[in-house]
Design a protein around this ligand. Structure first.
Ligand SMILES: *[C@@H]1O[C@H](CO)[C@@H](O)[C@H](O)[C@H]1NC(C)=O
Ligand SMILES: *[C@@H]1O[C@H](CO)[C@@H](O)[C@H](O)[C@H]1NC(C)=O
Ligand SMILES: *[C@@H]1O[C@H](CO)[C@@H](O)[C@H](O)[C@H]1NC(C)=O
Length: 382
């Protein structure tokens, strides 16, 4: 009897190993479309379409013009599109020249998971929180479905998603960073800690809703080391010992991001049991980003706390592409550095294209994801 049990155990283990590898051995997924939800880390023109457009020098490196992105060039989502063989995503809010055949981007710069009670004109918080992005998605889906049946012209049809592609699409998420940044300015640590479960539960509801709408493949970025963004230190003078870590990041802020990510990961694990047909991949983008911060010296990058674009010295802050009078009375321009490709931070809040590309190469092969699935295989439930 014991022998028999042992035999079964061995067989199960072998099947387990083969099962894990077989996802990689399967043919890559053929995602016909991508739908993205998020903030400025993945906005490809949403906030620019809805409010004041982002201007040059943003976009100068790759697009050679302002491209609705908060970077000198491509954002991580653009590299994801390239990796799965799709064109760059049009923003849902963009009414001019948009092509939605291969998906839409609902992300807008300044978005949060939780609805906030402030206007964008106060601190740049987008009115398009995750629940609103979900409304946009639902409306996009139902209206394009109707239109697809109605329009006769092949050209018009070619700009619309095929209704059957929604369930085969890749659904990507990069949101939560602004929930933390708002909380850092409006709450103490205890209040924030108490709020994280509610933020995460609203995130889970969004995923659940999309699943009910037919979505199956989910690629979910966790939030980055927010304490390593130069902006978090612009207004801090003479930090106490222990306030910063060995790379100059604010430890307390990163700890909060780690706490958020832990609960996000648990929520994704739980969703996996609740949504039997969903392939949910949790992506540890935090480790990719912190990894670059920790390796800048050895890999020849510039100081990660120095911005490429903008003038930030002591009490003087002139943002990227803006003009401002500094404390000695001189008008300064928030100019661009000579070597954006060597900088991690573009403007103090957002990353350069070079850094975004580096993060992409770290997350695509599955070594930082749970389960360890390459993005090309994110349609398979592991
Ligand atoms: C916004 O205001 C509403 C109504 O007062 C409140 O219930 C909600 O918690 C507030 N949200 C935030 C994020 O403060
Ligand atoms: C003020 O500071 C800027 C930046 O360091 C410098 O270029 C400029 O010469 C200074 N002007 C005066 C009047 O000191
Ligand atoms: C994934 O890519 C990274 C960066 O190129 C590399 O360090 C890592 O070893 C790769 N992992 C796997 C499982 O291929």
């Amino acid at each position: 009897m014991g022998c028999l049990r042992g035999g079964i155990l061995v067989v199960l283990m072998v099947v387990g190993v083969v099962g894990g590898q077989s996802v990689r051995n399967k043919p890559p997924c053929k995602f016909p479309a991508m739908y993205n939800f998020g903030d400025s880390n993945s906005d490809t023109g949403g906030i620019s379409a809805a409010f004041e457009p982002i201007r040059l020098p943003y976009g100068q490196t790759f697009f050679k013009k302002a491209a609705g992105r908060d970077s000198d060039g491509r954002v991580l989502l653009d590299f994801i599109a390239e990796q799965v063989g799709l064109p760059y995503l049009s923003a849902y809010l963009n009414s001019i020249g948009a092509n939605f055949r291969h998906g839409a981007n609902f992300a807008t710069g300044g978005s949060t998971i939780r609805r906030q009670n402030e206007t964008i004109f106060q601190n740049g918080i987008s009115p398009f929180s995750l629940d609103v992005q979900i409304w946009h998605h639902d409306q996009f889906k139902s209206r394009t479905k109707d239109l697809y049946q109605q329009v006769k012209s092949p050209f018009e049809k070619s700009l619309l998603p095929r209704p059957e592609d929604f369930s085969k699409a890749l659904y990507t998420f990069d949101i939560g960073q602004n929930d933390l940044s708002v909380a850092f300015r409006t709450m103490n640590n205890e209040q924030l800690r108490a709020t994280i479960p509610n933020i995460i539960s609203q995130f889970s509801s969004a995923v659940q809703h999309l699943y009910e709408q037919g979505a199956r493949s989910f690629w979910i970025h966790n939030t980055g080391p927010i304490g390593c963004l130069p902006v978090s230190q612009f207004y801090i003078v003479n930090p106490k010992p222990g306030f910063l870590d060995e790379f100059g990041c604010i430890k307390g802020n990163n700890d909060m991001a780690i706490q958020f990510n832990k609960q996000l990961k648990d929520a994704v694990t739980k969703l996996r049991t609740q949504l039997p047909e969903a392939a949910l991949t949790y992506v540890d983008l935090y480790s990719a980003k912190y990894g670059l911060i920790s390796k800048t010296k050895s890999q020849g990058w510039a100081d990660p706390m120095k911005v490429c674009c903008g003038y930030h010295e002591k009490y003087d802050h002139v943002w990227c592409g803006q003009k401002g009078v500094i404390s000695n009375g001189t008008t300064m321009f928030g100019a661009v550095c000579k070597d954006p490709e060597l900088h991690v931070s573009w403007d103090g809040v957002h990353h350069t294209e070079g850094a975004n590309h580096w993060f992409a190469t770290q997350i695509f092969n599955g070594s930082l994801t749970d389960p360890p699935t390459p993005i090309t295989h994110a349609c398979y439930r592991n």
